[in-house]
Design a protein around this ligand. Structure first.
Ligand SMILES: Nc1nc2c(c(=O)[nH]1)N[C@H]1C(S)=C(S)[C@@H](COP(=O)(O)O)O[C@H]1N2
Ligand SMILES: [Mo]
Length: 389
């Protein structure tokens, strides 16, 4: 037997090699240029989101100070919130594409400081993706998750805001070096990349502009013919107005409404039938419904001034708050409260008509609330009880 001197060599464990990225534009100048737009979009989105949150859930110190004017205030802030959120999706994708090679840095952790930095970026990316994704699915009314949208979206917004501020602080020197095309750090980059970078930035701006133009018409009604990508068209629906929650979904049927009475509780409680309400002096108001999901539209309402109903029940004008209860069997918006500034406002109505005809069942027949400068979720439909507080 001859000893084996040759043959297959024992396998050598190949040394791990991180992928190398030859593509251009994964650089600090591109990251800074896109990051500025993304940061601006997130900042506006965060602030308008706070407005929306505090209008819906005012803390005690704020409750009495929320203004009922301008009547279109919430329409504007929430339209901007949803539009900047949608544009941020495009910007976030481009930003992530620009920086993703850094996911593969080798070694993955160089020091405690480096580990903390990577951890903070992980939190930043996760919270930013969570915010735009849950926001997008919420406007499509699709909830494929076990948690409640509002508190989760609100809490993670703070996480994202904190992570962004931290990220800006950590990256400040790099951002400063690459802020403008002629900044010191940018001069060291190959000149050829500048042309590609301009194309990328123009493409990004065009894409963000395109999604904005094709959705913003849901609240900016002069552009409504362009709103191909918006989940709702501002005038598609009964009586020329979209419906978010139908009577069927709320468990309200016309059959049970024959015996409907408006109950008003307070120092001098009373009840009124629909005919009695119709026989009283009616007030008209042009006010928008502005849904938290971004669509909004102005409509013409008529009915009773809430202020008059409150006064008749013995509520003191200007100081009485109001609790409104819907016929809806269950649902987050069955009971709504309004502070004195809304209850006393001459434009706040218990509306009986919409755009000239009696409310349809889906719009809240027999009676609904319409108040100035409030989120759509608080414009309670199918009202049957008012309680002066
Ligand atoms: N009782 C009750 N009222 C409600 C709701 C609801 O779910 N229940 N949805 C609200 C929401 S989210 C909006 S945007 C407005 C929309 O009113 P519309 O369907 O008449 O357009 O009604 C609000 N009123
Ligand atoms: Mo809504």
């Amino acid at each position: 037997m001859t000893p084996r001197t040759s043959g297959p060599r024992p396998p050598v464990r190949p040394e791990f090699r991180p992928p190398s990225f030859t593509g251009r534009l994964h650089d600090a100048r591109t990251a800074t240029a896109v990051g500025r737009w993304l940061g601006a979009a997130f900042a506006v989105c965060f602030l308008t989101g706070l407005v929306s949150h505090y209008l819906q859930h005012p803390p005690d110190w704020l409750a009495g100070r929320l203004p009922a004017r301008p009547v279109w205030g919430y329409r504007l802030t929430q339209g901007v919130h949803v539009s900047t959120g949608i544009a941020a999706i495009v910007l976030l994708l481009v930003k992530l594409w620009t920086v993703y090679p850094r996911l593969f840095v080798w070694p993955p952790v160089r020091s405690v400081r480096h580990a903390l930095e990577r951890l903070s970026v992980a939190v930043l990316v996760a919270s930013a993706v969570f915010e735009v994704l849950t926001g997008l699915l919420n406007i499509a009314q699709w909830y494929p998750w076990p948690f409640a949208f509002v508190p989760a979206h609100f809490a993670v917004a703070w996480v994202a805001a904190g992570a962004i501020l931290l990220h800006i602080a950590v990256k400040a020197p790099e951002i400063a070096a690459h802020w403008g095309r002629r900044s010191p750090g940018t001069r060291s980059l190959p000149a050829a990349d500048a042309v590609d970078r301009r194309s990328l930035l123009l493409g990004t701006a065009a894409a963000a502009g395109a999604v904005t133009l094709t959705t913003v018409g849901q609240s900016l009604t002069p552009l409504k013919t362009l709103d191909l990508l918006a989940p709702r068209h501002p005038d598609h629906g009964p009586q020329g107005l979209p419906v978010n929650r139908t009577a069927a979904a709320a468990g309200v049927s016309a059959a049970g409404l024959g015996a409907w009475r408006l109950e008003v509780a307070g120092p001098r409680p009373y009840t009124l039938t629909l005919d009695e309400l119709r026989a009283m002096p009616q007030t008209a108001a042009a006010l928008p419904i502005a849904c938290v999901e971004g669509w909004s539209v102005q409509a013409h309402w008529a009915g009773l001034r809430v202020r008059d109903l409150v006064e008749r029940a013995g509520g003191r004008p200007g100081t009485a708050a109001l609790r409104v209860t819907s016929l809806e069997v269950s649902g987050s918006y069955r009971v709504m409260e309004m502070g004195p500034q809304y209850a006393d406002d001459p434009l706040t109505l218990l509306a009986l008509t919409l755009n000239g005809s009696a409310l349809s069942l889906d719009h809240g027949f027999p009676a609904r609330i319409i108040a100035p400068n409030r989120p759509g979720v608080l414009q309670t439909k199918w009202v049957h009880r008012l309680e002066v507080l």
